[in-house]
Design a binder for this molecule. Structure first.
Ligand SMILES: Cc1cc2nc3c(=O)[nH]c(=O)nc-3n(C[C@H](O)[C@H](O)[C@H](O)COP(=O)(O)OP(=O)(O)OC[C@H]3O[C@@H](n4cnc5c(N)ncnc54)[C@H](O)[C@@H]3O)c2cc1C
Length: 505
């Protein structure tokens, strides 16, 4: 399958010479401790050595060494994209833990912050809260505080203001990248020595897109300039319920599509169903029939609007506007979409950043997996209907979450598979579920945004053949020996799939 070499004692010695003894380890328990984080991706291989570089020069030297010895390298920041920040194939090779590089600078004049890969969301939020209270760093809304600003941007994740500003990668103003060959270069206006990262499109065609969404397979980012956003302090969260997915998706589209006025203040628009509440508790401790949730005032489905405004007047204006759109929808469509009575504690926990709302899904049955798809906003109802039906068929609770990206231009749809990780055959069942839904969704033109290398990537690229061929060409220019995170994005193809290789057709 692959021709990668194992990490030898000689390679380990050279890594120690580059980074220092303290920052290189082959300890088995420590290597396993990095693996214990899989939540977004289930397949992962054990790395052979962990190395923790201090700067771009050390990263460059490690990559040159890896090329000389043909050892795979996997970069990781917080590691909270789960198996996605771990080797996809054997041998596991060098795991490059970037967390030692954790400098952050803030430029309020140009409204840009520069972060190294180790800057954690929790730390960025805390520093802004105390030192720059009128600004907010673009951190993932629901990821644990140890997730990094850069990791989320690389993943093109959803930030706390994604409803207005789009995916996290849209906020990037420039990158410092170490290519797999060891060369270091900058993108955007940063490419001109001495220039500030003020203009993303910089000195020529901008190759940023090759690195964002590449899952660490095109280059190692050692610095990124990213927009920070204004942080007004008149805030609240309102929610409206409904019986069907259309009842939550259509009014949200009405609110978001005007973009200015009301839509510019609904920074996070996200919804789901009552199973989201149920699966945040141990399975044996809570009722599973809807009647119980109805009694405690939870609608079957709902949409939340987190609103930020500069004044109380502006906040009231926005809430009134949202309410009017719901009332009009009820009359026009003859539906019932009542405003939900949120407890102040529910509002406070939503407004807390980074919030930890997503963490308790492990309580249901220990295992949980987030699967993430993008589709045009109004098509998300159909996707959620189909996902829920498939989850019911496969015996998973129908736990479903959806959020607006960039004024409901796109939806990010995320089923949360809660499962018993000790049940025999459970991982095969999940893969079957993933395959069946993936094949159906690709036919409809919907895209998985964090592709699993064994299911989503080969299935997608088997259809998007021209794109895959181009991707392989770019990859070979940047990484002739394909040492960087091999398997990700199904490159090399044979390392993760038995399907026909699009490059050979
Ligand atoms: C409970 C929970 C809730 C979550 N909620 C959210 C949420 O609200 N919004 C959201 O967007 N995501 C969410 N996530 C997903 C995940 O936490 C985020 O995408 C996260 O920010 C990833 O950052 P990280 O630092 O953990 O990156 P990692 O997992 O370390 O890396 C992400 C990817 O980038 C690659 N990579 C890492 N560093 C580099 C580098 N320097 N150069 C090149 N490639 C690199 C890795 O190989 C990997 O493929 C959640 C995850 C969990 C577990």
């Amino acid at each position: 399958m692959s021709n990668y070499n194992k990490v030898t004692d000689d390679v380990v010695k050279k890594l120690v010479a580059i980074c220092g003894e303290k920052y290189v380890t082959t300890s088995e328990p420590l290597r396993h401790s990095y693996m214990a984080k899989g939540i977004m991706g289930l397949e992962a291989e054990l790395p052979e050595v962990i190395v923790r570089p201090e700067n771009a020069e050390q990263v460059s030297k490690i990559l040159i060494l890896a090329n000389e010895n043909l050892c795979p390298v996997t970069p990781a920041a917080g590691g909270l994209s789960g198996g996605f920040a771990l080797p996809a194939i054997q041998p596991g090779g060098i795991y490059m833990d970037m967390t030692r590089m954790d400098k952050m600078t803030v430029d309020t004049e140009n409204r840009v912050m520069v972060v190294e890969p180790g800057v954690k969301s929790g730390d960025a939020w805390r520093i802004f809260k105390t030192q720059y209270p009128d600004w907010a760093p673009p951190i993932p809304d629901g990821a644990p505080p140890a997730a990094t600003v850069l990791g989320d941007a690389i993943e093109r994740g959803f930030s706390l203001v994604t409803g207005v500003y789009g995916p996290q990668a849209d906020m990037i103003m420039g990158l410092e990248v170490v290519l797999p060959t060891g060369e270091i270069f900058h993108t955007g206006s940063w490419a001109l020595p001495g220039a500030k990262p003020f203009y993303r499109w910089g000195v020529g065609p901008n190759p940023d897109g090759l690195f964002l969404g590449s899952q660490g397979s095109m280059g190692i980012i050692t610095k990124c300039a990213i927009k920070m956003v204004p942080h007004p302090h008149f805030k609240t969260v309102v929610a409206y319920g409904g019986e069907s997915w259309d009842d939550v998706v259509k009014p949200a589209w009405e609110i978001s599509k005007h973009e200015m006025g009301i839509g510019e203040r609904t920074v996070m628009v996200q919804g789901g169903n009552y199973e989201l509440v149920m699966t945040r508790w141990p399975k044996t401790n809570v009722p599973t029939d809807y009647e119980f949730y109805k009694k405690i005032g939870v609608d079957k489905k709902w949409m939340n609007y987190e609103v930020w405004a500069w004044t109380q007047e502006e906040l009231d204006f926005t809430l009134k506007g949202i309410d009017k759109i719901y009332k009009d929808y009820e009359v026009r469509e003859k539906r019932t979409t009542p405003q939900q009575q949120l407890h102040p504690k529910q509002i406070a926990s939503r407004l807390k950043k980074p919030n930890k709302i997503a963490v308790p899904y492990s309580l249901w049955q220990a295992g949980f997996l987030f699967i993430t798809w993008y589709c045009p906003w109004l098509e998300s109802s159909a996707m959620m209907e189909e996902y829920c039906a498939a989850m019911a068929e496969y015996g998973f609770p129908e736990t479903m979450w959806v959020a607006s990206i960039d004024h409901a231009r796109q939806a990010i749809v995320m089923p949360i598979l809660c499962f018993d990780s000790t049940a025999p055959g459970i991982y095969d069942k999940i893969r079957e579920f993933n395959l069946e839904t993936t094949r159906s969704f690709l036919k409809k033109g919907w895209l998985n945004y964090r592709p699993d290398p064994f299911v989503h990537a080969p299935e997608t690229f088997s259809k998007a053949k021209e794109y895959y061929k181009m991707l392989v060409k770019f990859r070979k220019v940047l990484d002739p020996n394909l040492i960087l995170h091999p398997g990700r994005l199904a490159i090399p193809w044979e390392s993760v799939s038995d399907l026909p290789n699009p490059c050979k057709e």
